[in-house]
Design a protein around this ligand. Structure first.
Ligand SMILES: [Zn+2]
Length: 281
């Protein structure tokens, strides 16, 4: 039986920076993967000096949609749905006060769109976000709240009855950065390069990490570079010489060849040491 996965993200580039290698691996194994991106990323700054040009900035919405399409193709998503909301930016920013800002849209309107997509695509696994205290972007928090409500709403025929037959999502996961991961990469960089880009992360990480959370580690050996290629396709958003690429791919695969996912819901239970998002199905 073919399996399927639906990833729900806030902005173009989140699909490439969170769990991309894992999705690429599953697609390679025959899983059907589809992507929903809530906003156009209109509030993102151009972070690559080479792309900080007038012609790019004047067409940023289209440029970011094109970058998303390119990244999704590299990862192997079969379909990309942009919900069309506006990037809410950080609190207090001009974007956050915009009437079309994603985080201010009526909750049930957005939930209904997601329920329609789930009932149509019938995914086994949904990827959303954790409670996101480490990076509290309003759009990320909103995706977390929506995906938590989505599991019940999609399965309950009395909710959104016009949007198709109820569908039970088997598992909801959030890609997460764990202290395990950051510590391993930090130490490897100190050992090999004498300095580490994670210096500032190390102290903050643990304070946000719930020791009780259920984490599944997915082996992405052989897929790390593909994930990075997808991230580089977001040319306005990532500096190819920047933070995301500071640790060489071979070093990542030798010291921490996994991506980590926090389990937020499971209809089939969970056991310590699970190594696949599809375990138990
Ligand atoms: Zn984002």
């Amino acid at each position: 039986m073919s399996r399927s996965l639906l990833a729900i993200h806030a902005h173009p580039d989140d699909e490439a920076s969170k769990g991309a290698a894992t999705v690429a691996r599953y697609v390679d194994e025959g899983v059907r993967a589809v992507l929903v991106t809530a906003t156009g990323g209109e509030a993102g700054d151009v972070l690559n000096p080479e792309m900080d040009r007038h012609d790019v900035i004047a067409n940023l919405t289209q440029v970011r949609a094109d970058e998303l399409a390119a990244a999704a193709e590299i990862i192997g998503f079969e379909k990309v749905t942009m919900l069309g909301y506006r990037d809410s930016g950080m609190p207090e920013s001009d974007s956050n006060g915009h009437p079309e800002a994603f985080c201010h849209q009526p909750f049930d309107d957005v939930l209904g769109k997601l329920v329609g997509i789930v009932r149509n695509e019938r995914p086994d696994v949904v990827l959303g976000y954790d409670a996101h205290e480490f990076y509290p972007h309003p759009d990320h928090l909103r995706v977390h709240e929506l995906t938590m409500a989505l599991v019940d709403a999609a399965a309950d025929g009395s909710k959104f009855p016009d949007l198709g037959a109820p569908w039970q999502i088997t598992k909801l996961y959030a890609p997460v950065f764990t202290t395990d991961r950051i510590t391993a990469l930090h130490q490897a960089m100190l050992d090999t390069a004498g300095e580490s880009p994670f210096e500032l992360w190390i102290d903050r990480m643990g304070t946000f990490e719930d020791p009780e959370r259920r984490v599944t580690k997915v082996d992405v050996t052989g897929f790390v570079e593909l994930g990075r290629e997808a991230l580089r396709a977001h040319r306005t958003q990532v500096d190819p010489a920047g933070f995301w690429f500071a640790v060489p791919t071979e070093l990542v695969e030798s010291v921490y060849p996994w991506e980590d996912f926090e389990l937020l819901y499971s209809a089939v239970g969970w056991s310590e040491g699970e190594s696949s998002l599809f375990d138990g199905m």
